[in-house]
Design a protein around this ligand. Structure first.
Ligand SMILES: Cc1ncc(COP(=O)(O)O)c(C=O)c1O
Length: 407
């Protein structure tokens, strides 16, 4: 008799966005005709740039002609795109071989799947709060006990709070797999080189691996902050970097990303290169390559012209972030993030719970936000606001907060 993977029973219900939708619907039913404005979701809203559209069109046209048609490609990705990504890193002084770069259909699948190449008894540490995929994929991978409603037994939660500038201290115990996301979703905090160096030194000493999620790297404008963990010495021996075209180029629906597994990476009892070859084996067995059309779009997006055009869109999202921040600060709220990241992390006033403040924003200002508690226990007492949105919609929401939210 076949049984299910019982680790799925350990997962706490996917409660956050379901509950947000339920409360928003209830509000709209009680207040017909009142416009609800959404500042909650981290989904891109601006159309693809002309150069990227041309790249995607060229990809489609190739499929229309027997001379240029392609079917399955290399599971690791189109060699031209792997080279373009290697060149993209080399402009920042980072040397990567093409074989160290694996093209994927996005950072979410890679950040969920990467745990599967490490042993089941690996101890996992996550920033708290963090993108929920890191914890949930390790629950499914059998590395935890059941959820007690807020935490899972077996996961090491590294609190990120006001006192530590939303970047965690080193784990007090020995851990094996460390997830770091910078710029961070949800706090908008960006790790400095010195902070990453401490984790790299820890990882090397403890033969741990850092999974570094750089999906929001293009939002960093401060030149002193690293956009890749490979800007920091020693990282290739202990860090895997996961990246995405979603937020850099509006590919949330197109689907394209990449993961770097350096050949120099070493883990307990294995020679350098082994993790790279296992990830290669995993991908060639379980993945059939990213869409060839998406990869043509990716080639355009990562070219100088593509980056230039997308930077205009990113600047627009960051102008939204500034407008939201200015308004919230003027209201007397304590606001973090939103400077090198598209997320603002707002402390709830008067010690309110995350959901309580969510309700207040919805009922008074008609604005939907995301309760911080949905990202981990240290997120309680905060809400997240996203700057992804059209300028006019953001201005309308800001005006509503300014005039209607009573604090
Ligand atoms: C931290 C982080 N990583 C990865 C992703 C997903 O990226 P992709 O669209 O490439 O799957 C998100 C999406 O919101 C995210 O917040």
């Amino acid at each position: 008799m076949v049984k299910i993977n019982e680790n799925y029973d350990k997962l706490s219900p996917n409660y956050l966005f379901v509950e947000i939708a339920k409360r928003t619907k209830a509000f709209s039913e009680k207040n017909p005709g009142v416009k609800v404005m959404k500042l909650g979701i981290g989904n891109t809203t601006e159309p693809l740039t002309p150069f990227v559209i041309r790249g995607l069109h060229a990809g489609v046209e190739k499929l229309a002609d027997a001379k240029t048609y392609t079917g399955y490609g290399d599971e690791q990705g189109d060699a031209r795109l792997r080279k373009a990504i290697a060149d993209f890193y080399s402009k920042r002084g980072i040397t990567l071989a093409q074989e160290e770069i694996f093209i994927s259909d996005g950072a979410k699948p890679d950040s969920a799947n990467i745990q599967s190449i490490f042993s089941k008894d690996s101890v996992v540490a996550v920033q708290d709060p963090s993108y929920p995929v890191y914890v949930d994929s390790n629950v499914i991978g059998g590395r935890t006990g059941k959820s007690d409603g807020t935490t899972y037994r077996g996961i090491v939660y590294m609190p990120c709070n006001e006192a530590n500038g939303f970047f965690p201290s080193l784990p007090g115990e020995k851990v094996d797999l460390i997830y770091i996301c910078s710029p961070n979703n949800p706090t908008g905090a960006v790790a400095t080189k010195a902070q990453l160096k401490d984790f790299i030194d820890y990882a090397k000493k403890n033969k741990a691996v850092i999974v570094f999620d750089a999906a929001y790297h293009p939002f960093i404008s401060d030149p002193s902050l690293p956009r890749s963990i490979y800007e920091v010495e020693g990282s290739k021996e202990c860090a895997i970097e996961i990246n995405s075209f979603s937020k850099s180029s509006g590919f949330t629906g197109v689907r394209l990303g990449w993961t770097v597994v350096p050949k120099a990476l070493v883990v307990e009892g294995q020679e350098a290169g082994r993790v790279n070859s296992i990830w290669n084996r995993r991908q060639t067995t379980m993945f059939n390559g990213a869409s060839n059309v998406a990869q043509e779009g990716g080639l355009a997006a990562i070219s100088d012209q593509g980056i230039k055009e997308n930077q205009v869109i990113i600047s627009g999202y960051m102008a939204n972030a500034r407008a939201i921040k200015e308004c919230l600060v003027a209201k007397g709220l304590v606001v973090f993030g939103g400077e090198n990241a598209p997320y603002l992390w707002i402390k709830t006033p008067s010690g309110m719970g995350s959901w309580e403040f969510f309700d207040k924003m919805l009922n008074e200002a008609h604005v939907v936000v995301t309760p911080g508690s949905g990202f981990g226990p240290a997120g309680e007492g905060y809400i997240r606001i996203s700057a992804f949105g059209h300028k006019n919609d953001i201005q309308e929401a800001v005006e509503s907060i300014r005039t209607k939210l009573s604090l």
